[in-house]
Design a protein around this ligand. Structure first.
Ligand SMILES: Nc1ncnc2c1ncn2[C@@H]1O[C@H](COP(=O)(O)OP(=O)(O)OP(=O)(O)O)[C@@H](O)[C@H]1O
Ligand SMILES: [Mg+2]
Length: 366
């Protein structure tokens, strides 16, 4: 990513990143890292988190406003910034939900207020990219939870950014989301492939998972015994969020202040599991209906790994079509995704184990 930022500043092309992966694998951590890199390369950057409503355009407008205002505050650019803010104001007024931002400048109609999102985003990216180029800086917008954006909006984002990229302007986007991230098609797809790489983030390989436990402990002069590390790796399967939780609880439970043993890990497993159940897992089930819970529990029975929707239906003694809306609801809530046609899996690692702890007896739901 650092090389990309450097190349864009030099008026060359470079491919930014759209990260996908399950819950808690470190996508947001990586976006934060990109912001640090952007800082180091003299960029202005802003972070957006899309919500379940998928409201990308107003959030982008707000992020651009912050970028332009901080450019003005730091560089005192004056008239050119006022014009860009005027273009942004027109864009924001043209959004379906009306003006979101109070911007105290004359509205500049034309570049970004046609009402066609792709065209208008192109206008904005070009406008702001030019200001950045002319003032020897760059702009990075990081967008988290990008899976909540629908395919039309995502395509508009790609098309808009592509225009700025054709003009070799120092402005780009890096994004992250669940594997449900909408699949691009046609022109938008080929543009996206030219502008982005699509790394899939998963659990950490053995050596990195060990390092994630050993290094922070060593900083505090605490040592992990090998069989203790083995036990945490077995319990967490190398998923970063779980490593964090199990590591913390084992450390807290350690009898010797400078050594963490397998015994400490064993004793802390119930604590770590309860913490995850009450936090990480339970928050995801907050808004699920009874049929959705039954569906998740049946998936757990058939898993781990992707299961066939037809088999889930059979387990619940229902027809696949009758359960279509339940399945779609779980995908919309981003609790599940479909890795292949006719298959479904959890977006949260080890979620099946949680469902079994939560509802031990599936037959109770039938
Ligand atoms: N490479 C890593 N090594 C060790 N721990 C990590 C690593 N990446 C992430 N973590 C830990 O895992 C936790 C989850 O990371 P993060 O919030 O970035 O996940 P995410 O992929 O954005 O998840 P979500 O989809 O739920 O937003 C963080 O709190 C962090 O402590
Ligand atoms: Mg995240």
């Amino acid at each position: 990513m650092d090389v990309v930022l450097q190349r864009l500043r030099l008026g060359r092309d470079g491919r930014s990143q759209l990260l996908t992966g399950l819950r808690g694998v470190g996508k947001t951590v990586m976006l934060n890292e990109f912001e640090q890199l952007a800082d180091g390369r003299g960029y202005f950057h802003e972070h957006i988190e899309v919500t379940e409503e998928g409201d990308l355009a107003p959030r982008l407008a707000a992020a651009f406003r912050r970028v332009l205002l901080s450019m003005e505050a730091r560089r005192r650019i004056g008239e050119r910034i006022r014009r860009a803010l005027g273009v942004l104001k027109a864009f924001s007024i043209s959004l379906p939900d009306g003006p979101e931002l109070s911007i105290d400048v004359a509205t500049v109609f034309g570049p970004a207020d046609s009402g066609d999102l792709a065209t208008d985003l192109a206008g904005l990216f070009v406008e702001i990219g030019e200001v950045a180029r002319d003032h020897d800086t760059g702009v990075l917008i990081t967008i988290d939870e990008l899976h909540y954006v629908n395919v039309q909006t995502l395509e508009a984002l790609v098309m808009g950014l592509h225009r700025a990229s054709q003009l070799r302007l120092p402005i780009t986007v890096a994004g992250a989301g669940l594997p449900t991230l909408a699949a691009l098609t046609g022109e938008a797809k080929s543009y996206a492939e030219r502008m982005f790489v699509f790394p899939v983030i998963g659990s950490l390989p053995d050596s990195e998972a060990r390092e994630a436990l050993v290094v922070p402990a060593a900083d505090e002069k605490v040592r992990w015994q090998d069989d203790a590390l083995d036990a945490v790796l077995r319990e967490t399967q190398g998923y970063p969020y779980f490593l964090q939780e199990f590591g913390k609880q084992a450390w807290d439970a350690a009898e010797d202040p400078v050594v963490i043993t397998a015994g400490d890990v064993e004793r802390s497993i119930p604590v770590a599991t309860a913490e995850l159940d009450d936090g990480f897992f339970r928050v995801r089930t907050g808004r699920t209906s009874d049929p959705e819970r039954a569906y998740l529990r049946a998936m757990a029975e058939l898993g781990p790994g992707p299961v066939r929707s037809g088999e889930v239906a059979a387990m619940l003694n229902r027809r696949t079509t009758a359960l279509g809306p339940t399945r779609d609801g779980l995908i919309r809530k981003a609790l599940c995704y479909s890795p292949r046609w006719g298959e479904i899996d959890f977006t949260v690692p080890l979620f099946g184990d949680f469902m079994k702890r939560w509802i031990p007896d599936l037959s109770r739901l039938l």
